[in-house]
Design a protein around this ligand. Structure first.
Ligand SMILES: [Zn+2]
Ligand SMILES: [Zn+2]
Length: 117
């Protein structure tokens, strides 16, 4: 099982900007983080030196975007304490004693309200 929400984030960044996505392990819905644009996206490096600088900036901004996306994702996704799946708010239920994913609630015959309602 993946431990950290970062490990669930799929990279869909381009040369223009950074974006990550996660698929809910219950309903399969894809959530995308806010697109953050690369600060040098419209600039073509004029020299080899500049090219290296832009590449370094790109890697740095990408790492920043990843930690922002992880923070954003934590507000939308929860880990089910029973099966360990990472699910979206629509699939995460508040049941009587404990919160759990929709699949576990159905399996255990627990009634609950989705967090995302
Ligand atoms: Zn879901
Ligand atoms: Zn579950």
């Amino acid at each position: 099982m993946k431990q950290n929400i970062d490990e669930y984030l799929e990279d869909c960044s381009t040369q223009k900007g950074f974006q990550y996505q996660i698929r809910c392990e219950s309903c399969g819905k894809i959530w995308k983080s806010k697109l953050s644009l690369f600060s040098q996206a419209c600039i073509t490096p004029s020299t080899e030196g500049k090219r290296i600088i832009y590449q370094t900036l790109y890697q740095r901004e990408k790492a920043e975007a990843l930690s922002l996306a992880a923070k954003e994702a934590k507000e939308v996704f929860s880990r089910c304490p029973i099966c360990g799946h990472l699910v979206c708010d629509n699939c995460f239920m508040i049941c009587e004693e404990i919160e759990m994913c929709r699949d576990c609630a159905a399996r255990l015959n627990e009634a609950g309200t989705p967090v995302g309602m």
